[in-house]
Design a protein around this ligand. Sequence first.
Ligand code: NAD
Ligand code: MG
Length: 389
Amino acid sequence: MNGNNDIKRIALFGSTGSIGVQALEVIAAHPDQFSAEVLTAHGNDELLVKQARQFNPNIVVIGDEKKYGKVKEALASTDIKVFCGDKALEEVAGMDCYDMMLAGIVGYAGLKPTLKAVQTGKAIALANKETLVVAGDIVMEMAVEKRVPIIPVDSEHSAIFQCLVGETRNKIEKVILTASGGPFLGKKPNFLVNVKREHALQHPNWSMGAKISIDSATLMNKGLEMIEAKWLFNLQPDQIQVQVHPQSIIHSMVQFEDGSIKAQMGLPDMKLPIQYAMAFPHRLQNDFPRYDFRKISSLTFEEPDLRTFRNLSLAMEALEKGGNLPCILNAANEIAVYAFLKNRIGFLDMTDVIEKTMSKVAFIAKPTLEEYFESDGEARTFAADIIKL
Ligand code: NAD
Ligand code: MG
């Protein structure tokens, strides 16, 4: 909270994305609680300008430098400051004009601004799971040092976080991450080999950005989330279990030492975890649709098919070995997903690209931040080479 009133000033990094847009809806519904002080986008200048006109932030940043002139001109009649480029993203993340960062950039690009925010003592509402996958040890150590809360937005981690409220002294036996199974639940490789972009982008329960939609279809998303859970909740790999739950009503569970299991439930709607992270420790009234036990009467559970969805096994291997392997996995996955989205490779080829890259880039058991950056770069170059991008 800032000094002069109780309004929490939010910096929305990635305001034009699926998470960013929903976070702005939450802010618009609670003007007495939140203000949007910073908005950032990579390429969507039109939406960024529209959002800026509506929310009147202090600062906007457009990542794509070619679009700077357009944004500057469109906002010339306002007193909103306009910046551009990756450096500006980091600089603005370090400024004192806001209280909490909503980290909603997708992929590795979110790491540096988020680190800067932690370094300068801002609370983090974390959607960008890749930040923890790439350099979770460094981010979490810095958060402890700076006494910065990192509150998860990812629905599974928000569920676990909510289950842990009031349990600080109680040991976790394990967490159970639920997975919808994605659009290809129950399918086998002979089906997946022919899957196209449009099909893979259709998620049964959630509407999300393109990258996470593909990650959900390959189950890589659940692998990234296992790694995210390890860092957020200080868990050992064997304490993290994945359970497929196609209805996406139970968002995840925690089992304690006495065997008791707590679950957090609700209809799948990202606005709830976004709002929870922004308002924590409070819960705010809202009019989101409610789950009704009389309407969806059966909740089912099954094991993930690791033989078909091999990305999840690769992520489990990275989780187990640690070091820079999750960073390598993440970089190769980003290259593979974007190549698939451009119809350059097939659905199952993504797994091959990641597997080969993981075996090629040198393993480092305890990397420095600089070494994480280097591993990311090497992995990208190697993965792009395989695909011949
Ligand atoms: P999205 O693709 O819809 O939006 C991404 C945002 O990041 C956009 O504002 C875009 O302008 C910005 N961006 C993209 N590339 C950038 C770059 N190189 N530099 C700076 N900004 C860049 O993505 P999303 O679905 O909103 O997901 C955002 C993050 O939240 C991801 O890490 C995702 O895993 C996580 N997440 C999303 C959901 C969801 O429901 N969408 C759920 C859980 C977690
Ligand atoms: Mg999730």
